[in-house]
Design a protein. Structure first.
Length: 310
Protein backbone atom coordinates (compact mmCIF):
# COMPACT_ATOMS: atom_id res chain seq x y z
CA UNK A 1 0.00 0.00 0.00
CA UNK A 2 1.07 3.60 -0.50
CA UNK A 3 0.09 6.65 1.54
CA UNK A 4 -2.90 8.56 0.29
CA UNK A 5 -1.51 11.87 -0.89
CA UNK A 6 -3.61 14.73 0.43
CA UNK A 7 -1.01 17.31 -0.49
CA UNK A 8 -1.97 20.96 -0.15
CA UNK A 9 -0.17 24.29 0.14
CA UNK A 10 -1.09 26.24 3.25
CA UNK A 11 -0.81 29.92 2.38
CA UNK A 12 -0.70 30.90 6.05
CA UNK A 13 2.65 29.15 6.51
CA UNK A 14 5.51 30.53 4.45
CA UNK A 15 7.63 27.92 2.78
CA UNK A 16 6.00 24.95 4.51
CA UNK A 17 4.61 22.11 2.40
CA UNK A 18 1.84 20.06 3.96
CA UNK A 19 0.78 16.51 3.31
CA UNK A 20 -2.29 16.88 5.47
CA UNK A 21 -3.91 13.87 7.06
CA UNK A 22 -7.09 14.25 9.09
CA UNK A 23 -6.60 13.82 12.81
CA UNK A 24 -9.14 12.69 15.38
CA UNK A 25 -8.57 13.80 18.96
CA UNK A 26 -8.91 10.27 20.33
CA UNK A 27 -5.95 8.99 18.32
CA UNK A 28 -2.72 8.33 20.19
CA UNK A 29 0.27 10.43 19.14
CA UNK A 30 3.91 10.52 20.19
CA UNK A 31 6.38 13.32 19.46
CA UNK A 32 9.95 12.10 18.98
CA UNK A 33 12.93 14.41 18.43
CA UNK A 34 16.10 13.20 16.75
CA UNK A 35 13.94 10.62 14.99
CA UNK A 36 15.81 10.12 11.73
CA UNK A 37 18.44 7.72 13.11
CA UNK A 38 19.82 5.95 16.16
CA UNK A 39 17.80 5.58 19.34
CA UNK A 40 15.18 8.10 18.19
CA UNK A 41 14.45 6.12 15.04
CA UNK A 42 14.36 2.87 17.02
CA UNK A 43 11.87 4.37 19.49
CA UNK A 44 9.75 5.56 16.55
CA UNK A 45 9.79 2.01 15.16
CA UNK A 46 8.85 0.56 18.54
CA UNK A 47 5.93 2.94 19.06
CA UNK A 48 4.74 2.55 15.47
CA UNK A 49 4.62 -1.22 15.97
CA UNK A 50 2.13 -0.51 18.79
CA UNK A 51 -0.06 1.50 16.40
CA UNK A 52 0.82 4.86 17.94
CA UNK A 53 0.77 7.76 15.46
CA UNK A 54 3.92 9.84 15.27
CA UNK A 55 5.25 13.37 14.99
CA UNK A 56 8.89 12.98 13.98
CA UNK A 57 11.45 15.78 14.37
CA UNK A 58 14.98 15.92 12.95
CA UNK A 59 17.42 18.12 11.06
CA UNK A 60 16.74 18.87 7.40
CA UNK A 61 18.60 16.60 5.02
CA UNK A 62 18.61 13.58 7.34
CA UNK A 63 16.07 11.50 5.43
CA UNK A 64 13.21 12.20 7.83
CA UNK A 65 10.54 12.22 5.11
CA UNK A 66 11.70 8.80 3.89
CA UNK A 67 11.42 7.51 7.45
CA UNK A 68 7.90 8.94 7.70
CA UNK A 69 6.83 7.29 4.44
CA UNK A 70 8.21 3.91 5.48
CA UNK A 71 6.62 3.95 8.94
CA UNK A 72 3.26 5.12 7.58
CA UNK A 73 3.26 2.35 4.97
CA UNK A 74 4.56 -0.43 7.20
CA UNK A 75 2.38 0.18 10.24
CA UNK A 76 -0.71 1.88 8.74
CA UNK A 77 -0.37 4.88 11.03
CA UNK A 78 -0.33 8.63 10.55
CA UNK A 79 3.12 10.17 10.60
CA UNK A 80 3.83 13.89 10.68
CA UNK A 81 7.37 15.15 10.22
CA UNK A 82 8.95 18.46 11.18
CA UNK A 83 12.41 19.33 9.82
CA UNK A 84 14.29 21.88 11.92
CA UNK A 85 17.39 22.47 14.01
CA UNK A 86 16.15 22.50 17.60
CA UNK A 87 19.12 24.63 18.66
CA UNK A 88 17.31 27.49 16.92
CA UNK A 89 15.28 29.26 19.67
CA UNK A 90 12.16 29.46 17.49
CA UNK A 91 12.09 25.76 16.55
CA UNK A 92 10.40 24.31 19.68
CA UNK A 93 7.75 27.05 19.60
CA UNK A 94 7.15 26.47 15.91
CA UNK A 95 6.71 22.74 16.45
CA UNK A 96 4.24 23.38 19.26
CA UNK A 97 2.24 25.79 17.11
CA UNK A 98 2.10 23.34 14.22
CA UNK A 99 0.75 20.60 16.50
CA UNK A 100 -1.79 22.91 18.07
CA UNK A 101 -3.06 24.12 14.68
CA UNK A 102 -3.65 20.52 13.63
CA UNK A 103 -5.28 19.61 16.96
CA UNK A 104 -2.62 16.99 17.63
CA UNK A 105 -2.80 16.16 21.33
CA UNK A 106 0.22 13.93 22.03
CA UNK A 107 0.23 11.40 24.83
CA UNK A 108 3.98 10.86 24.65
CA UNK A 109 6.88 13.31 24.39
CA UNK A 110 10.27 11.77 23.67
CA UNK A 111 13.10 14.31 24.03
CA UNK A 112 15.77 12.27 22.28
CA UNK A 113 17.67 14.81 20.15
CA UNK A 114 21.22 15.43 21.25
CA UNK A 115 24.86 14.92 20.40
CA UNK A 116 28.21 14.54 22.10
CA UNK A 117 31.92 14.41 21.43
CA UNK A 118 35.17 12.92 22.68
CA UNK A 119 37.60 15.82 22.49
CA UNK A 120 39.87 17.93 24.62
CA UNK A 121 37.68 20.72 25.98
CA UNK A 122 40.02 23.61 25.16
CA UNK A 123 40.53 22.35 21.60
CA UNK A 124 36.84 21.94 20.80
CA UNK A 125 35.13 24.59 18.69
CA UNK A 126 33.21 26.85 21.08
CA UNK A 127 30.18 27.01 18.79
CA UNK A 128 29.97 23.21 18.89
CA UNK A 129 29.97 23.20 22.70
CA UNK A 130 27.29 25.89 22.90
CA UNK A 131 25.12 24.08 20.36
CA UNK A 132 25.53 20.89 22.36
CA UNK A 133 24.22 22.67 25.44
CA UNK A 134 21.32 24.20 23.50
CA UNK A 135 20.22 20.92 21.97
CA UNK A 136 20.85 18.58 24.90
CA UNK A 137 19.29 20.84 27.55
CA UNK A 138 17.59 24.03 26.37
CA UNK A 139 15.54 22.48 23.57
CA UNK A 140 14.50 19.66 25.91
CA UNK A 141 13.35 22.11 28.58
CA UNK A 142 11.52 24.27 26.03
CA UNK A 143 9.60 21.37 24.49
CA UNK A 144 8.72 19.93 27.89
CA UNK A 145 7.46 23.30 29.13
CA UNK A 146 5.40 23.88 25.98
CA UNK A 147 3.75 20.47 25.84
CA UNK A 148 2.96 19.77 29.52
CA UNK A 149 -0.39 21.64 29.33
CA UNK A 150 -1.32 19.47 26.33
CA UNK A 151 -0.12 16.26 27.96
CA UNK A 152 -2.27 17.04 31.02
CA UNK A 153 -5.39 16.79 28.87
CA UNK A 154 -4.95 13.03 28.47
CA UNK A 155 -5.99 10.34 30.88
CA UNK A 156 -2.35 9.22 31.00
CA UNK A 157 0.72 10.79 29.38
CA UNK A 158 4.44 10.12 29.31
CA UNK A 159 7.65 12.15 29.02
CA UNK A 160 10.79 10.24 28.11
CA UNK A 161 14.00 12.28 28.28
CA UNK A 162 17.26 10.94 26.90
CA UNK A 163 19.96 11.00 29.50
CA UNK A 164 23.02 8.78 29.42
CA UNK A 165 25.13 6.56 31.60
CA UNK A 166 27.55 9.49 31.31
CA UNK A 167 25.22 11.43 33.63
CA UNK A 168 26.69 9.48 36.57
CA UNK A 169 30.37 9.79 35.66
CA UNK A 170 32.93 12.60 35.35
CA UNK A 171 34.19 11.64 31.90
CA UNK A 172 37.34 13.34 30.58
CA UNK A 173 37.10 14.62 26.99
CA UNK A 174 33.29 14.53 27.33
CA UNK A 175 33.09 17.27 29.94
CA UNK A 176 30.23 19.27 28.45
CA UNK A 177 28.32 16.25 27.16
CA UNK A 178 28.34 14.42 30.51
CA UNK A 179 27.38 17.67 32.26
CA UNK A 180 24.37 18.14 29.95
CA UNK A 181 23.26 14.58 30.66
CA UNK A 182 23.62 15.14 34.41
CA UNK A 183 21.35 18.14 33.95
CA UNK A 184 18.79 16.07 32.03
CA UNK A 185 18.75 13.43 34.77
CA UNK A 186 18.40 15.95 37.60
CA UNK A 187 15.77 17.97 35.73
CA UNK A 188 13.77 14.84 34.93
CA UNK A 189 13.89 13.62 38.54
CA UNK A 190 12.66 16.96 39.89
CA UNK A 191 9.97 17.26 37.23
CA UNK A 192 8.73 13.76 38.06
CA UNK A 193 8.16 14.90 41.65
CA UNK A 194 6.26 17.98 40.48
CA UNK A 195 4.01 15.94 38.22
CA UNK A 196 3.55 12.87 40.42
CA UNK A 197 0.07 13.95 41.51
CA UNK A 198 -0.97 14.49 37.90
CA UNK A 199 -1.40 12.07 35.03
CA UNK A 200 2.07 12.56 33.50
CA UNK A 201 4.82 9.99 34.09
CA UNK A 202 8.41 11.21 33.61
CA UNK A 203 11.20 8.78 32.75
CA UNK A 204 14.89 9.27 32.01
CA UNK A 205 16.59 6.85 29.65
CA UNK A 206 20.26 6.34 30.52
CA UNK A 207 21.85 4.05 27.93
CA UNK A 208 25.48 3.05 27.88
CA UNK A 209 27.47 2.46 24.70
CA UNK A 210 25.00 2.31 21.82
CA UNK A 211 25.85 1.92 18.13
CA UNK A 212 23.91 4.91 16.74
CA UNK A 213 26.13 6.39 14.00
CA UNK A 214 29.45 6.14 12.19
CA UNK A 215 31.05 8.72 14.49
CA UNK A 216 29.78 6.90 17.57
CA UNK A 217 31.25 3.72 16.10
CA UNK A 218 34.63 5.46 15.90
CA UNK A 219 34.32 6.61 19.50
CA UNK A 220 33.37 3.14 20.71
CA UNK A 221 36.39 1.65 18.98
CA UNK A 222 38.54 3.88 21.20
CA UNK A 223 36.69 2.93 24.39
CA UNK A 224 34.68 -0.30 24.41
CA UNK A 225 35.85 -1.62 21.04
CA UNK A 226 37.70 -4.46 22.76
CA UNK A 227 34.48 -5.43 24.54
CA UNK A 228 31.79 -5.48 21.82
CA UNK A 229 29.43 -7.39 24.11
CA UNK A 230 29.06 -4.17 26.12
CA UNK A 231 27.76 -2.24 23.09
CA UNK A 232 23.98 -2.31 22.55
CA UNK A 233 21.90 -1.81 19.45
CA UNK A 234 19.46 1.11 19.28
CA UNK A 235 16.63 -1.41 18.88
CA UNK A 236 17.47 -3.17 22.16
CA UNK A 237 17.69 0.18 23.96
CA UNK A 238 14.39 1.39 22.47
CA UNK A 239 12.53 -1.80 23.36
CA UNK A 240 13.45 -1.57 27.03
CA UNK A 241 12.91 2.19 27.08
CA UNK A 242 9.36 1.97 25.77
CA UNK A 243 8.41 -0.97 28.00
CA UNK A 244 9.73 0.71 31.15
CA UNK A 245 8.27 4.09 30.18
CA UNK A 246 4.79 2.59 29.97
CA UNK A 247 5.44 0.82 33.29
CA UNK A 248 6.09 4.22 34.90
CA UNK A 249 9.74 3.56 35.79
CA UNK A 250 11.88 6.66 36.23
CA UNK A 251 15.51 5.62 35.69
CA UNK A 252 15.81 3.31 32.70
CA UNK A 253 19.26 1.75 32.25
CA UNK A 254 19.26 -0.78 29.39
CA UNK A 255 21.68 -3.68 29.67
CA UNK A 256 22.47 -5.74 32.75
CA UNK A 257 26.17 -4.90 32.39
CA UNK A 258 25.35 -1.18 32.63
CA UNK A 259 23.28 -1.67 35.76
CA UNK A 260 26.10 -3.70 37.35
CA UNK A 261 28.58 -0.98 36.35
CA UNK A 262 26.52 1.67 38.11
CA UNK A 263 26.33 -0.46 41.26
CA UNK A 264 30.09 -1.09 41.28
CA UNK A 265 30.80 2.58 40.64
CA UNK A 266 29.03 3.46 43.89
CA UNK A 267 31.39 1.14 45.80
CA UNK A 268 34.76 2.09 44.26
CA UNK A 269 36.72 5.05 45.75
CA UNK A 270 36.59 8.17 43.60
CA UNK A 271 40.36 8.41 42.91
CA UNK A 272 40.27 4.88 41.51
CA UNK A 273 37.33 5.57 39.19
CA UNK A 274 38.96 8.79 37.97
CA UNK A 275 42.11 6.88 37.05
CA UNK A 276 40.09 4.24 35.22
CA UNK A 277 38.16 6.85 33.25
CA UNK A 278 41.40 8.51 32.14
CA UNK A 279 42.65 5.14 30.87
CA UNK A 280 39.41 4.27 29.06
CA UNK A 281 38.65 7.56 27.30
CA UNK A 282 41.00 9.12 24.76
CA UNK A 283 40.30 12.26 22.70
CA UNK A 284 39.35 12.11 19.03
CA UNK A 285 39.98 14.71 16.31
CA UNK A 286 37.52 17.60 16.60
CA UNK A 287 34.59 17.86 14.22
CA UNK A 288 34.96 20.44 11.50
CA UNK A 289 32.95 23.55 12.46
CA UNK A 290 30.89 23.41 9.26
CA UNK A 291 29.52 20.03 10.29
CA UNK A 292 27.63 21.72 13.11
CA UNK A 293 24.50 22.91 11.34
CA UNK A 294 22.59 26.06 12.24
CA UNK A 295 19.19 26.70 10.70
CA UNK A 296 18.32 30.31 9.96
CA UNK A 297 15.01 32.11 10.55
CA UNK A 298 11.93 30.54 8.96
CA UNK A 299 13.91 27.52 7.76
CA UNK A 300 11.40 24.98 9.00
CA UNK A 301 9.66 22.25 7.06
CA UNK A 302 6.51 20.42 8.06
CA UNK A 303 4.63 17.56 6.46
CA UNK A 304 2.47 14.56 7.23
CA UNK A 305 1.85 11.18 5.73
CA UNK A 306 -0.76 8.63 6.62
CA UNK A 307 -2.78 5.73 5.37
CA UNK A 308 -6.47 6.44 4.95
CA UNK A 309 -9.00 4.14 6.62
CA UNK A 310 -6.46 2.17 8.57
Amino acid sequence: MTPKNLSTRDGSLQGISLFAAANANHERFAIITGASSGIGLAIAEELASREINLVLVALPGTGLEDVAIRLAQTHSIKVYFFCADLTHPAAPIKLFEECRQRKICPQILVNNAGFGNLELFESTDLNELLQMMRLNTQALVALTHLFIPILKQNRRSYILNLGSLAAFFKIPYKAVYSATKSFVYSFSAALRLELQSMNISVSCLCPGSTLTSARVRDILQRTSGKNPLFVQSPEAVARRAVNKMFAGQFRIVPGLHNRILLFLYSLIPEPVTEGLLLKIFKPMPALKPQLVVSIQNNAFGWGALGLANR
